[in-house]
Unconditional design. Structure first.
Ligand code: MLT
Ligand code: ZN
Length: 464
C-alpha cells in the first residue's frame, strides 16, 4: 500500500489533500517568507488518527512537518520540501472547565480566542494572550512556548501547561492529562515537550491552568522620550501597580506605519520617540457609587496615580471601556499586520538583559545598515521582558546576513536569539549563539532517543 493510501485509510480520503490548490494555504507561512511543497496535507481528527498517521509515515521513513494555526514566525510549521504536512486544525475539542482544579483540557487545534471565551464563560481566563489569538492554536502555542502580552502577570505557555497527550514518531501515545498540582514521579515529559517545536512528539491534547478573570481593566498609551525612559516608567509601574499585567513598547516609525495601514488618528497632538502601553487588571468588582467595603481598588485609579508620579511620562491617554482599550491596543497590536502589508519582513525576536535594552535598540539601525543600507528596521516588543521584535523590511535578499549581524549583536549583549517565537528553520543555524556545545549535544541525544529516524520537523530547532 502506498503512503497516501495508508494515510487515507487512517483519516478518510477527504482529509488527505494532494491537489496543489488545496495544499497551497498550508505551504506558506503568515509572513510569506517561508514556503515549500508538501507531499500531501493530512488532517486527522483525534489522537488515535494522529498515531496511525505517524505509524504510516514511520513505516515509509517519510518526514513530517506539524502545523497548527500557521501563525508561526520562524518557518517551523511549513514544509521545507517533500514532507507530509500534519495539520492539527481538526483536533478542536474543548472539554468543560474543571472548576475544582481551575483547569481545562483542550485539543491541539483549539484556537486561543476560543479557549479564552470558553474560560471566561466559566468565570475564569487563560493566562496567555497575543495578537494572533483568532488563529493561533493551543498545540502551536505549547510547542513554541509562546509568550505574548501577559507574561508579566502569568508567565509564558510553560507556566500554564500542567499535562499533555502526545504521539511519538513511532506512533506511541503518551497521555498525562491529570495535571496534578504536586506530582514528583520522574521526568516531566509535558515540560520537555513544551517549547520543543514539534521535534520530539506531536502534541494532541493539553491540560492548561486557568487564571482569575479580570473584573476591570485599565489601559494607558504613554509617550516617552526613548527606551531608557520607557524602562524608567516600567520601574515605577512595577513598584506602584500590583495590578499591572502588560508593559509594551513601540517607536515612532512603527506607530506611523500602523496609523497609515489602519487609518488611525495620532494618539497625541505631538509625536514622541517611543510609546509604552500599560495594562492593569483588577479582579475585584468595581466599587459602587455608595462605596463598598469589599470592593477592591479600581485599577484605573492606581494607573492614573502612578502615571502622575512617573517623570518619564511626556503624554498619556487612558481607557477603561472595551472599545477605548481596543483603540489604544491597536497602536501596538496592529504592528505585525502593518509591517506585513509593507513587504516581506525578516523577523527577529530576541531577549536581552533589561539594562542592555537601550544600547541594543540604539545599535540596531547601524547594525542593519552595515549589511543592507536601504533596509528599514521597525522595532517593538514586550518591555517587561526586554523582548524585542526586530522587523527588517527591504532585506529579503540579504536575510541571512541581516540575521547574522543582529543575532551577533544580541549574543554580544548576553541576550537570547529567540525570546518567544522559537528557533524554527529561521534561526537553527544560529542556535550555538545561545546554547553551548554541551547543551546542543544533550538536546540531540534527547531527539535521537524519541525520534531516532529524525522524522519530526527535520531542520527545525537543531542545526543540521
Ligand atoms: C508581537 O508581540 O507582536 C508578536 O510576537 C508578533 C510579531 O512579532 O510580529
Ligand atoms: Zn511578541
Amino acid at each position: 500500500m502506498s503512503l497516501e493510501a495508508a494515510l487515507r485509510a487512517a483519516v478518510g480520503a477527504s482529509q488527505v489533500l494532494v491537489d496543489p490548490e488545496l495544499r497551497a494555504p498550508y505551504e506558506t507561512d503568515f509572513t510569506g517568507r517561508f514556503t515549500g511543497t508538501a507531499r500531501c496535507v493530512v488532517r486527522p481528527a483525534g489522537t488515535a488518527e494522529v498515531a496511525e498517521v505517524l505509524r504510516a509515515c514511520a513505516a515509509e521513513g517519510a518526514p513530517v512537518v506539524i502545523q497548527g494555526g500557521n501563525t508561526g514566525l520562524v518557518g517551523g510549521g511549513v514544509p521545507a520540501g517533500g514532507e507530509v504536512l500534519l495539520s492539527l486544525a481538526r483536533l478542536a475539542e474543548l472539554e468543560p472547565v474543571d472548576q475544582a482544579a481551575g483547569a481545562v483540557t483542550a485539543g491541539a487545534g483549539v484556537r486561543l480566542a476560543g479557549l479564552q471565551a470558553h474560560a471566561r464563560t466559566a468565570g475564569l481566563d487563560f493566562g496567555v494572550d497575543l495578537a494572533a489569538r483568532s488563529a493561533a492554536t493551543v498545540g502551536g502555542l505549547v510547542a513554541t512556548n509562546a509568550g505574548g502580552i501577559h507574561v508579566l502577570r502569568h508567565g509564558s505557555m510553560r507556566s500554564q501547561v500542567t499535562g499533555v497527550e502526545a504521539v511519538l514518531a513511532d506512533g506511541t501515545v503518551l497521555t498525562r492529562l491529570a495535571g496534578l498540582a504536586k506530582d514528583n514521579t520522574g521526568y516531566d515529559l509535558s515540560q520537555l515537550l513544551t517549547g520543543s517545536e514539534g521535534t520530539l512528539a506531536v502534541l494532541t491534547r493539553v491540560r492548561l491552568r486557568l487564571v482569575p478573570l479580570a473584573a476591570q481593566l485599565a489601559v494607558a498609551l504613554v509617550g516617552v522620550a526613548g527606551t531608557k525612559e520607557a524602562l524608567d516608567l516600567l520601574a515605577v509601574a512595577r513598584q506602584r501597580l500590583p495590578s499591572l499585567q502588560a508593559a509594551e513598547i513601540c517607536y515612532a516609525d512603527g506607530l506611523a506605519l500602523v496609523r497609515e495601514h489602519n487609518r488611525l488618528p495620532a494618539p497625541f497632538r505631538e509625536l514622541h520617540p517611543a510609546y509604552a502601553v500599560l495594562e492593569c487588571a483588577g479582579t475585584s468588582p468595581a466599587a459602587s457609587a455608595a462605596g463598598s467595603a469589599s470592593a477592591g481598588t479600581d485599577p484605573m485609579d492606581e494607573l492614573l496615580e502612578a502615571l502622575a508620579d512617573a517623570p518619564a511620562v511626556l503624554d498619556a491617554t487612558v481607557a477603561a471601556d472595551s472599545a477605548g482599550r481596543a483603540r489604544l491596543w491597536a497602536y501596538r497590536e496592529s504592528l505585525t499586520e502593518a509591517v506585513n502589508a509593507a513587504g516581506v519582513p525578516v523577523k527577529l525576536d530576541v531577549c536581552v538583559p533589561p539594562g542592555a535594552l537601550p544600547g541594543v535598540v540604539a545599535a540596531l539601525p547601524e547594525t542593519v545598515a552595515g549589511v543592507e543600507p536601504a533596509a528599514r528596521t521597525i522595532v517593538w516588543g514586550h518591555l517587561n521582558e526586554a523582548n524585542l521584535h526586530i522587523n527588517v523590511l527591504g532585506a529579503q535578499q540579504r536575510a541571512e546576513q541581516v540575521t547574522e549581524a543582529v543575532l551577533r549583536l544580541v549574543a554580544a549583549n548576553e541576550g537570547s536569539i529567540s525570546s518567544e517565537h522559537g528557533v524554527g528553520r529561521a534561526k537553527a543555524r544560529w542556535l550555538p549563539l545561545s546554547r553551548s556545545p554541551a547543551e546542543i549535544a544533550a538536546m540531540r541525544r534527547i531527539k535521537q532517543a524519541l525520534d531516532p529516524a529524525g522524522l519530526l520537523n527535520p531542520g527545525v530547532l537543531l542545526p543540521a
